[in-house]
Write a protein that binds this ligand. Structure first.
Ligand code: CA
Length: 235
């Protein structure tokens, strides 16, 4: 499920956005100031951020700068009418799009869809289906199955499995997964537990479909993970 971080200090608008997005089946997290936004960006790992610019504690520009130092997660600015220079500055600072308040939810949904499509296409360029005896991944529909059973994967789990699959001939280091799947810059030494948590969830889902004794993704101590493509024979 796509998770959206809503950063808006005006309570009515924040709650309205939350209700509408949840109604559209988005997962949400909300922040009422710039500091909370940065904290939640790290803990919630959203797939997209809706960012108001005029915020208490830290401005939207400071939040955007912080996000762009570590991530390419799409950001849509919520700007006030007449803030033309702010829009330009925001887009130059790496925001993907903006909506001008007051905006209709349909317009917002359309912009979210467009931005997500652009980033999905960028992340999975080359739309060929990945397939072996166990799994099947279709990047155009983002459907995944293992042993002919449909897997319910989050966007990150899908990307992770896809990346491991495409690099199955080698062990993929955690750092590489952080930079390629999460778009994090490795030099910040972000917690590699992020990767471990996602791999653990992914393995659990795979094992449920394939059978409890199998481990189609193996952990290689202190390095990273490797997709085996076949279940090891139990001993
Ligand atoms: Ca505001």
């Amino acid at each position: 499920m796509t998770k959206i971080l809503i950063v808006e200090d005006e309570a009515g608008l924040r709650q309205g956005l939350e209700i509408n997005l949840r109604h559209e089946n988005y997962d949400t997290a909300t922040a009422a100031d710039g500091e909370e936004a940065i904290r939640l960006f790290h803990s919630e790992q959203p797939d997209l951020v809706l960012l108001d610019l005029m915020l208490p504690k830290k401005s939207g520009f400071e939040v955007l700068d912080h996000i762009r130092k570590i991530s390419k997660v799409p950001v849509i600015l919520l700007t006030a009418r007449g803030q033309e220079t702010d829009k330009v500055r925001g887009l130059r600072s790496g925001a993907d799009d903006y909506v001008t308040k007051p905006f209709g939810v349909q317009e917002l949904f359309a912009r979210i869809d467009a931005v997500m499509r652009r980033t999905d296409v960028a992340a999975t360029s080359g739309k060929s289906v990945c397939e072996d005896d166990i799994i099947r991944l279709d990047p155009s529909t983002r459907e995944a199955s293992a042993s002919n059973q449909r897997l319910k994967l989050s966007p990150k789990e899908f990307d992770l499995l896809m990346y491991l699959f495409k690099n199955k001939e080698r062990v993929v280091p955690r750092d590489e997964l952080l930079s390629r799947v999460w778009n994090y810059r490795v030099d910040l030494k972000l917690n590699s537990r992020t990767v471990d948590t996602h791999v653990t969830r992914l393995r659990r889902k795979l094992q449920k479909a394939v059978g409890t004794d199998s481990a189609v993704i193996v952990a290689v101590a202190k390095i990273g993970y490797r997709y085996l493509g076949e279940a090891p024979v139990p001993h």
